[in-house]
Design a binder for this molecule. Structure first.
Ligand SMILES: [Zn+2]
Length: 168
């Protein structure tokens, strides 16, 4: 009897990252990797896309998947941004290091916190089990903004929410 294995070994997600200063959105191909110990962004990618790279107070020692220390690189820099994916919104700090051709890696701590439903056959990711606070705060802010606008309190907020062609 023969069995066919069609399962993907890797699952990729298209996520949006929003820069905090300019609110510019960048589409990113992120690899889900349960062997990675954090969130990582490739140095070259971060520079090319113009993310603001901050220096950390303490360098981070990176361990490889098998637990050995990666002596080649201590992580010194981070990028802070908002991450969007299918209704999921969160503020993230991503460690910056050399990932080669991979743009971003979402590792085990992220997978454990958001516990996404992964279809390994289709390579689909669904955010069905996000913690209650995930994305909620942003939505509540939006609601508050809308309420403000309804009461006519803040024209600047209205401008942000309503497309320009509807302005009077
Ligand atoms: Zn989430």
């Amino acid at each position: 009897m023969r069995r066919t294995l069609r399962l993907l070994r890797e699952v990729w997600m298209r996520v949006g990252l929003e820069k905090l200063e300019s609110h510019e959105g960048v589409a990113v191909k992120a690899l889900l990797d349960s062997g990675a110990t954090g969130l990582f962004m490739d140095t070259t990618f971060a520079r090319e896309k113009g993310f603001r790279i901050e220096r950390m107070k303490k360098p981070l020692i990176v361990k490889n998947v098998d637990g050995t220390v990666n002596v080649g690189e201590a992580i010194m820099h981070q990028v802070e941004c908002n991450m969007f994916f299918k209704g999921h919104v969160e503020r993230v700090r991503i460690d910056v290091c050399n990932l080669g051709k991979t743009e971003v890696i979402l590792g085990m701590p992220w997978l454990a916190a958001h516990n996404p439903e992964i279809d390994w056959e289709k390579g689909e990711v669904k955010m069905m089990r996000c913690p209650p606070i995930c994305g909620k705060r942003k939505q509540e802010e939006k609601k508050r903004e809308v309420k403000k606008v309804e009461r006519g309190e803040d024209k600047e907020v209205l401008k942000k929410l309503v497309p320009k062609r509807f302005w009077r």
